[in-house]
Design a protein around this ligand. Structure first.
Ligand SMILES: *[C@@H]1O[C@H](CO)[C@@H](O)[C@H](O)[C@H]1NC(C)=O
Ligand SMILES: *[C@@H]1O[C@H](CO)[C@@H](O)[C@H](O)[C@H]1NC(C)=O
Ligand SMILES: *[C@@H]1O[C@H](CO)[C@@H](O)[C@H](O)[C@H]1NC(C)=O
Ligand SMILES: *[C@@H]1O[C@H](CO)[C@@H](O)[C@H](O)[C@H]1NC(C)=O
Length: 441
């Protein structure tokens, strides 16, 4: 009998706890209760999580000082299954001091959320969204959860820490590149290393990549630049949650979400670096936003901002350097690079002419993140201040790639050897990076 005593005691305790909980719910349903208290928030390791009891996904939460301190939760919502959502905003309790006074400062409150689905969802079932939670200025929440239920229960919800609690006006980095996502077996290691070294020489200090998967050689380069401190790799396991599309056209590339969630990551990157970087460059992994009249991006932006002091969005035109045409002199066909998988961008010095006036121009952007609320790939969706179109001869992209539309002949192309001007520093820097990352064996 004595042996069963602990077991019996356990059952009694469990029963009592259950009754107390049930009572609590009855009380809370009648709304005559003290707000619940959030004591512990588990650390979150994942960048993507389900919203409790739903097929919606949430990524991260930020205070938006431009919108009266509203809390913005970057999320991926299933557009057809939209019901009311509620924000559970909490000030996390101090785990050690559980006095009444502490608890009064550590309560949760629930508010109906305002959902803003970005308009560029391309018809896919899921779309990049902002869940906005207004909170009174006297209440300074540290964590937020999304609930389908207006009655607050703090348990079982998944909380996100609220980032960007304070504004700043000096930044760790001047220029950060946001590279939306890396997926499949992309293994263009040589082009990546060359591009990173060009970035350094034009004044970029930080690169952020959202990583779903990559090829083995590129992985070596990613590890090298992460260790070196220039690269921030954000895990992006979107394929564990949805069937992401490989493109932007929902008929040609069916799936749940446009291009592995490219737009979610670009928007996330803006908020993640809102107070870390003076400027962000939103471009792809195989693109370089290159100043042609200035030695660096710093000089370029000084000039542009003097002329356009109220602007924080600058669009830059694309220029394709097709890999079907190259300079055969072999000047930069270094023997030691031949065994590194990927494109040697220094060999491609012929670019397409800028698009004619009136044609659709595929632009990428340099932005001041504090001027942007929502972005798409080629333009911003919601922002402050006028947009500046940077002229092609001042700055354009260097985009070495397989041309999309038939053969391009030399007489349709223009010689452009801007990259060669960096030769003196660039070649030894590339060699050092290839060597130290283990790609030159
Ligand atoms: C950022 O730009 C400022 C002004 O041009 C410069 O003084 C500073 O050294 C730059 N910061 C870094 C980290 O390069
Ligand atoms: C990128 O993601 C893949 C898949 O999760 C992982 O195996 C790889 O280690 C990641 N790479 C880096 C540099 O974090
Ligand atoms: C390649 O570049 C070199 C050096 O500028 C030039 O002399 C040569 O004519 C170019 N070759 C071709 C095939 O375009
Ligand atoms: C492809 O090339 C043809 C012929 O030069 C041109 O008429 C057409 O507009 C091009 N299409 C695209 C999408 O660039």
């Amino acid at each position: 009998m004595r042996r069963f005593f602990p077991l019996l005691a356990g059952i009694v305790i469990a029963l009592v706890t259950g009754v107390v909980r049930w009572k609590w719910e009855v009380i809370s349903n009648s709304n005559l209760y003290r707000p619940p208290v959030l004591h512990e928030v588990p650390e979150i390791a994942e960048t993507i999580q389900h919203i409790h009891n739903s097929r919606h996904l949430m990524v991260s939460a930020f205070k938006d000082h431009r919108r009266q301190g509203a809390i913005r939760i970057i999320s991926i919502l299933r557009r057809s299954a939209l019901k009311k959502l509620y924000c559970v905003l909490c000030v996390q309790a101090n785990a050690n001091a559980r006095t009444e006074a502490d608890e009064a400062h550590s309560q949760c409150e629930s508010k109906e959320a305002v959902v803003e689905i970005h308009r560029d969802h391309f018809g896919f079932p899921y779309g990049t969204s902002d869940i906005m939670c207004n909170s009174p200025s006297s209440f300074k929440p540290t964590h937020v959860a999304i609930s389908m239920d207006p009655i607050i229960t703090v348990e079982n919800l998944k909380y996100l820490p609220i980032q960007n609690q304070k504004t700043k006006d000096s930044f760790k980095y001047n220029f950060t590149v946001c590279i939306s996502n890396l997926f499949g077996e992309y293994n263009n290691a040589l082009q990546f290393v060359q591009t990173m070294e060009v970035y350094k020489l034009i004044g970029i200090q930080r690169v952020v990549i959202y990583n779903t998967s990559s090829g083995p050689d590129l992985e070596k380069a990613l590890k090298y630049y992460s260790k070196d401190g220039m690269l921030e790799v954000v895990p992006w396991p979107i394929d564990k949650f949805l069937k992401p599309s490989h493109g932007w056209n929902s008929k040609r590339s069916p799936g749940d979400l446009q291009y592995y969630g490219q737009l979610v990551t670009l928007n996330e990157c803006i908020y993640r670096h809102m107070y870390q970087s003076q400027y962000l460059l939103l471009n792809d992994i195989d693109e370089i936003i290159m100043p042609y009249k200035h030695a660096s991006l710093g000089d370029l932006m000084d000039t542009l901002q003097k002329r356009h002091p109220r602007s924080g969005v600058f669009t830059v035109e694309n220029a394709i350097f097709p890999i079907t045409q190259f300079n055969k002199s072999g000047r930069f066909s270094l023997r030691e690079w031949r065994n590194v998988p990927g494109t040697n961008i220094l060999e491609y010095v012929y670019r397409r002419e800028p698009e004619q006036k009136g044609a659709i121009k595929h632009t990428k952007m340099i932005i001041n993140p504090r001027f942007v609320q929502q972005t798409s790939v080629h333009s911003v969706l919601k922002h402050f201040g006028p947009t500046v179109k940077v002229s092609f001869d001042v700055c354009h992209l260097i985009h070495v790639k397989i041309p999309g539309n038939g053969t391009l002949y030399k007489n349709q192309l223009h010689e452009d050897k801007r990259l060669w001007e960096f030769e003196e520093k660039l070649i030894p820097n590339i060699n050092r990076a290839l060597h130290e990352s283990g790609l030159l064996l």
